[in-house]
Design a protein around this ligand. Structure first.
Ligand SMILES: Cc1cc2nc3c(=O)[nH]c(=O)nc-3n(C[C@H](O)[C@H](O)[C@H](O)COP(=O)(O)OP(=O)(O)OC[C@H]3O[C@@H](n4cnc5c(N)ncnc54)[C@H](O)[C@@H]3O)c2cc1C
Length: 377
């Protein structure tokens, strides 16, 4: 049903993706779902129509990820490939870059990872040291990245590096497309306590030579271009968390209606019912903030979207962590069995609390940017 918040088209998109997600369901084959979602146009709903996309925005893309997750079949790489990389290329890429990448990112035949985190910088991305130096015919990159998702399955990784400003000598952030197999670009799989389809990698860039057109966007635009990609990343992390939270909650509600150890099903006990109701409310509230962030972003309000996207990511991650915790508890011993598959979500839910920006860094952002409180760092 159409509502003030969602158009008829968005409601229909939700239903279609939900049906696809349920057809694949938990234990899904990531590559198969990715290919099918791409073919159906879901992966590129946010990308421009002239490059094979759906011509929509983050409102549509976030709904796709949320519904796939709610069906137990989340596609983590949607957070980076169409949302960050697709957005940055669509907004700031050259005509050649758009033609080379956008149709593939939209139909899923190409995937792009995104690398900003560094071992010695972490939450402080102002401290990143991966450097790009100009050569006669292009660039040479040196540096390290950590926790970058999906580098093995991505055709390229969009790497955040820095170039030195000719005038001031200070370093400014720039984005480079680094193909998966290029000399000097090495990856090491980091073993995570996560039962997920996508792997995380530590990356080494050791004199990686790239052509001039590896740079996306203007060398001098710096942070502006980066933030254009990071707001979609936060909105999509919110979608990922809300989807997972909804999936866990639905399993718990189903179980609570059926499981009976006294006179009535366990869901009749308020100690079980109320925390589930609370989880539902918190997920709904997070979803509302996600819709607001997507609306602001799609309307071109990057500043307004920044605050809302951070708040949506925060609210969604907290709601997801609590929903998963309560879902596991609702199933009693079964909450910890492989058969019911909920315990594995305990660590997965925590990802949204720490990445791509931690809970504390969002609280810092709101403290400083929204409330005007002084900074401690
Ligand atoms: C599964 C997974 C996938 C990921 N995928 C990617 C990816 O694809 N690409 C990519 O670039 N990165 C990725 N990351 C990295 C992620 O973005 C970082 O882990 C995150 O930004 C936090 O950085 P850190 O791990 O270095 O933690 P740190 O920065 O070391 O922080 C550690 C703790 O200290 C707190 N803290 C730090 N500074 C402050 C402060 N000023 N005030 C209060 N508290 C503070 C943090 O909130 C956190 O709790 C991924 C991470 C995970 C776990």
């Amino acid at each position: 049903m159409s509502s003030m918040i969602e158009s008829d088209e968005l409601v229909a998109l939700r239903a279609a993706v939900s049906a696809l997600g349920h057809r694949h369901g938990p234990g899904f084959d990531r590559a198969a779902l990715w290919a099918e979602a791409g073919k159906l146009g879901y992966l590129g709903v946010n990308l421009p129509e002239e490059y094979g996309g759906g011509g929509g925005g983050m409102a549509e893309l976030s709904v796709v990820l949320e519904e796939a997750g709610a069906a137990g079949a989340p596609l983590l790489m949607m957070v980076v490939s169409p949302a960050i990389c697709g957005t940055v290329i669509a907004r700031f890429g050259t005509e050649e870059q758009k033609r080379a990448w956008l149709p593939g990112l939209a139909d899923g035949s190409l995937t792009m990872a995104f690398g900003i985190t560094e071992p010695d910088a972490g939450s402080n991305s102002h401290r990143i040291t991966t450097t790009a130096e100009r050569t006669e015919d292009g660039w040479v990159l040196n540096g390290r990245k950590v926790f970058v998702s999906g580098v093995d399955i991505a055709d390229a990784t969009l790497i955040v590096g820095r170039t030195s400003d000719a005038r001031t000598g200070s370093l400014k952030p720039c984005l480079f497309i680094v193909p998966r197999e290029v000399p000097g670009f090495q990856r090491r799989h980091i073993e995570m306590e996560l039962d997920a389809n996508e792997k995380q990698f530590e990356l080494t860039l050791d004199d990686v030579h790239l052509p001039a057109d590896a740079l996306v966007g203007d060398e001098d635009a710096g942070l502006l271009q980066l933030f254009a990609g990071l707001n979609p990343e936060r909105i999509m992390t919110a979608a990922f968390a809300i989807g997972m939270g909804r999936y866990a909650l639905a399993q718990a509600v189903k179980y609570a209606k059926e499981r009976q150890v006294w006179k009535a099903p366990i869901g009749a006990h308020q100690a079980i019912a109320h925390p589930l109701a609370q989880a539902h409310i918190e997920l709904e509230l997070a979803r509302l903030m996600m819709a607001k962030a997507a609306q602001l972003y799609d309307a071109g309000d990057d500043m307004g979207a920044g605050e809302a996207a951070n708040m949506a990511k925060y609210a969604a991650a907290e709601a997801c962590v609590r929903a998963v915790d309560q879902a596991v508890h609702t199933l009693g011993g079964n909450g910890l069995t492989k058969e019911f598959g909920l315990a594995r979500l305990v660590t997965a839910a925590r990802v949204a609390r720490i990445a791509p920006v931690s809970r504390e860094m969002i609280l810092n952002y709101v403290s400083h940017q929204t409330l005007g409180l002084p900074k401690s760092y």
